[in-house]
Design a protein. Structure first.
Length: 442
């Protein structure tokens, strides 16, 4: 068992003297700490104050006890002279005739013994209704006048660094040794000051974030606390015309998705996206580009076009106004809706059992198309991909979809579905890869 030592930085704030009232009191404030210097928060303690005459071991002329509970910072206040008296009468101590010494014990352990100087003589003087003491900001000095002081270790403010001392808080300060009540926990309710937002809460950046009506957070997913998800639905729409193509829409869990792979050859603003057919051109590209699988028009007519991630990340946008390439968190929200657990959502590799099958079309896939039910009419198609060497792979056996979320340098997260599995895969890959795109409503 580790021995607990209580360390006190104590402070006599002021001594109240009234000719009309007895007993006179000596206020005493302190912070109780353990052997490591940590405040003893909300802890039961018993204090014993002994006033001795003439020396540290002299006659005890006054003795009293206090039983109390520290606050959340380990802080407490007592009035010496108002405790449970063991010996003597505080109001009748003859401060003028002798030197006096204060012995302090906590839970039976002596933690201090010092000569009383200015404080008791203020009691004796009777020249003022109140004597106010000041404390130096550094140097641990307590002053009762220009030439009267006593050194009390730990009393000065410079000994303390105020901040959040809770390691579980998002604003935890490793240098703080005195908690100032500022600790914030992710998902704590707050007020962002915007009357137009709702469900204000602390996010993982330790900021108060509110959400506009029609958005929500992915429940319990700490990876997505700064990514509100639109759940306005498709507003009764079943299709959308974009750049001369009519795309079917599907609503899943309040999200509105394209039910078909993107086939655009232009950015949202009408700027052309370069088409790269050659292997050398594809592998050396560092800007947005698209291709058809095996450079065949028949494939893009069925499966849509394949885009590198540079096109996804281009500020001109691939999706229509009011829509965007789904983020990693957009996909996680979809996965949550179709039954993927929280732990699986944030994992990488193959996840779940047959949740991926709920998104796969029952047509155009090569056998065995495991678990395919297209339960949510998402109709994922096996458009394959183009790899970092410029080769085309897995048409009819794999569906690969970019997210807008970067991973490491020059790489990003994507989702994939396979004919041989009912799982849904989460991975990251080089931005050079060519993959399919789905759009989701803002």
């Amino acid at each position: 068992m580790r021995r607990t030592v209580f360390l006190l930085g104590f402070l006599f704030v002021s001594v109240f003297v009234s000719r009309a009232q007895t007993p006179e009191l000596m206020p005493y404030q302190a912070i109780a700490r353990d052997a490591d210097g940590n405040p003893l928060s909300q802890t039961n303690i018993t204090l014993n104050f002994k006033i001795r005459q003439d020396s540290f071991s002299g006659l005890v002329v006054y003795d009293e006890n206090h039983t109390l509970i520290t606050d959340t910072r380990g802080f407490f206040t007592v009035n010496i002279g108002a405790g449970n008296v063991v010996i003597g009468d505080f109001s009748t101590i003859n401060w003028a005739s002798h030197n006096h010494y204060m012995q302090i014990l906590m839970n039976g352990l002596e933690i201090g013994n010092q000569q009383l100087l200015s404080v008791p003589y203020a009691l004796h003087s009777k020249t003022a209704e109140q004597v106010t003491f000041t404390v130096s900001t550094s140097g641990d000095t307590l002053y009762s006048g220009p030439n009267s002081y006593v050194i009390i270790p730990g009393i000065s403010d410079a000994n303390y660094v105020r901040g959040c001392t809770d390691p579980t808080a998002c604003n935890y300060s490793s240098t703080a040794n005195l908690d100032n009540g500022s600790c914030l926990q992710v998902y704590d309710l707050c007020d962002d000051g915007n009357a137009l937002t709702i469900n204000d809460a602390i996010n993982t950046l330790c900021e108060c974030q509110g959400f506009f009506t029609g958005t929500t957070l992915l429940p319990g997913n700490s990876s997505c606390t700064t990514s509100p998800i639109s759940v306005t639905g498709c507003l009764g729409e079943t299709s959308l015309d974009y750049q001369g193509v009519n795309y079917s829409l599907v609503e899943v869990g309040g999200q509105c998705w394209f039910a078909e792979n993107l086939t655009s050859t232009q950015y949202r603003d009408g700027t052309s996206i370069p088409q790269i057919t050659t292997t050398s051109g594809w592998v050396s590209s560092t800007t947005g580009a698209y291709c058809r699988w095996a450079n065949l028009a028949a494939n893009s007519d069925v499966y849509g076009r394949l885009y590198n991630w540079y096109a996804v990340n281009d500020s001109r946008g691939l999706c229509p106004t009011g829509w965007h390439v789904p983020s990693d968190c957009d996909w996680m929200f979809l996965e949550n809706t179709i039954g993927l657990t929280l732990a699986s959502q944030i994992a990488t590799g193959g996840r779940g059992s047959m949740q991926g099958g709920k998104l796969k079309s029952t047509n155009l896939w090569a056998a065995p198309n495991s678990g395919a039910t297209d339960e949510f009419s998402f109709s994922a198609l096996p458009g394959g991909y183009r790899n970092q060497t410029g080769s085309f792979r897995v048409l009819t056996t794999g569906a690969y979809y970019w997210t807008s979320s970067s991973a490491l340098a020059s790489s990003a997260f994507f989702r994939s579905l396979l004919s041989s599995s009912g799982m849904i895969f989460r991975s990251s890959s080089s931005a050079i890869m060519g993959m399919s795109i789905r759009c989701v409503r803002d």
